[in-house]
Design a protein around this ligand. Structure first.
Ligand code: HEM
Ligand SMILES: *[C@@H]1O[C@H](CO)[C@@H](O)[C@H](O)[C@H]1NC(C)=O
Ligand SMILES: *[C@@H]1O[C@H](CO)[C@@H](O)[C@H](O)[C@H]1NC(C)=O
Ligand SMILES: *[C@@H]1O[C@H](CO)[C@@H](O)[C@H](O)[C@H]1NC(C)=O
Ligand SMILES: CC(=O)N[C@H]1CO[C@H](CO)[C@@H](O)[C@@H]1O
Length: 337
């Protein structure tokens, strides 16, 4: 009898291992209850670490949210973006990622340290980042949703993987939609996720082309340059004041000038008023493919929150690693060996 039970459970383990091995990465079975028996307090532990960090600096909110997005779009949601570089060749060193604020990385590292005290070697950095990204949204008066868990940490982090995977601030709706579609995210998901620009900062150099070099071939400046006419004139003046033509690389402005620290739907109202900071923001309003969703979200914050939650859950499923494709990192900034 004893023997049979043992055999049975061994068989069960073997069956689980077989199923895990057969599942290609990207079709992992995620669940909000994943750590129920192995680390039941993980969410409370992460929440407390994140709350402490947010209390120290608000940048924690946008930095953590953006870090999750960039992680998921390059190699999947596997914390590959957190790997520290040895020779400036890790994912975080790629041009699209260099302005990721350090407070996002720090949030994950600190939360991981607390989680390790309670349940060593059990919870992935990728899952901690997914929980933290939800928590920062909730803590800045945004929505709350159950975060699916069970990701492994990736075994690859290369700067070379980033090119072409992240959207750029000068992109139009067609190209943005195509990029998101590669990850099974719809145009509606893309419009909802762009609402993350309701918090956080952007460096002047990301949009000064719209202020000083609009319509100039090659963006070279000089005669004939003008302000992008899709900017509201008063907003453009405000941006020019904050970001003069010779502005240094470190100056940044609020992405949502109306309610910069609240996760709300003001971003969409801004777009209707010509206050989209990047071309990629303003295009959501000017393109007929995305404009109805912008109008809907601007009118009804509940609708925005519902769509944002759905899209974040879908984003969190991108490229998830299982089995031999991943590990539970001990140190989020380094592979185990
Ligand atoms: C739709 C295409 C998108 C484009 C073209 C885009 C581009 C950018 C750029 C250029 C910045 C400024 C970075 C800097 O100057 O430091 C930025 C900031 C930010 N992005 Fe996006 N982004 C997009 C979508 C998203 C998504 C899907 C999310 C998250 C769900 C997100 C979250 C953020 C946040 C929170 C910031 C502020 C970062 C901070 O304050 O540190 N973005 N984005
Ligand atoms: C937030 O920071 C203040 C000091 O800046 C401190 O007194 C307070 O206890 C902190 N709260 C939390 C929840 O960490
Ligand atoms: C893509 O999304 C659809 C609808 O949300 C879902 O049914 C399908 O399984 C997803 N495919 C992948 C590869 O994730
Ligand atoms: C906003 O949208 C929600 C969800 O679709 C709906 O229940 C609610 O009635 C809407 N509110 C308004 C003012 O239209
Ligand atoms: C998201 C982002 O800013 N991407 C940039 C990454 O770097 C390349 C080349 O430097 C730019 O063209 C992208 O816009």
């Amino acid at each position: 009898m004893e023997r049979w039970r043992k055999r049975g459970s061994l068989l069960a383990v073997a069956a689980v291992a077989l199923v895990a091995a057969l599942l290609p990465s990207g079709e992992a079975k995620l669940s909000p209850d994943y750590y129920r028996s192995t680390c039941p307090d993980v969410e409370a532990i992460v929440r407390e670490a994140v709350a402490k960090k947010v209390n120290e600096t608000f940048v924690t909110v946008p930095a953590t949210l953006r870090l999750f997005f960039h992680d998921c779009f390059v190699e999947g949601c596997d914390a590959s973006v957190i790997i520290a570089s040895r020779d400036n060749d890790a994912e975080k060193d790629a041009p699209g990622n260099v302005s990721l604020a350090g407070d996002g990385f720090d949030t994950v590292v600190r939360a991981k340290a607390e989680v390790e005290k309670a349940c060593p070697g059990v919870v992935s950095c990728a899952d901690i980042l997914a929980i933290a990204a939800r928590d920062v949204v909730t803590m800045s008066s945004g929505p709350h949703w159950p975060v699916e868990l069970g990701r492994l940490d990736g075994l690859v982090s290369k700067a070379g993987s980033v090119a072409g995977r992240l959207p750029g601030p000068d992109m139009r709706v067609d190209d943005l939609a195509a990029l998101f579609a590669k990850h099974n995210l719809t145009t509606l998901d893309m419009v909802a996720l762009s609402g993350a620009h309701t918090v956080g900062f952007a460096h002047c150099t990301r949009f000064t082309g719209r202020l000083y070099r609009h319509g100039v071939a090659g963006g070279g400046g000089g005669g004939g340059a003008s302000v992008d006419p899709s900017y509201d004139p008063a907003y453009a003046r405000q941006l020019m004041e904050a970001c003069p033509p010779d502005v240094g690389a470190t100056i940044a402005v609020d992405m949502d000038p109306v309610t910069p620290t609240a996760f709300d739907n003001a971003y969409y109202g801004n777009l209707a008023g010509g206050m989209g900071l990047f071309t990629s923001d303003q295009a959501l309003y000017s393109d007929g493919a995305s404009r109805p969703a912008v109008g809907d979200f601007a009118k009804n914050q509940t609708r925005f929150f519902e769509a944002f939650k759905d899209a974040m859950v879908k984003l969190g499923r991108v490229g998830v690693k299982t089995g031999r494709h991943g590990e539970i990192r001990r140190d989020c900034t380094a592979f185990n060996k």
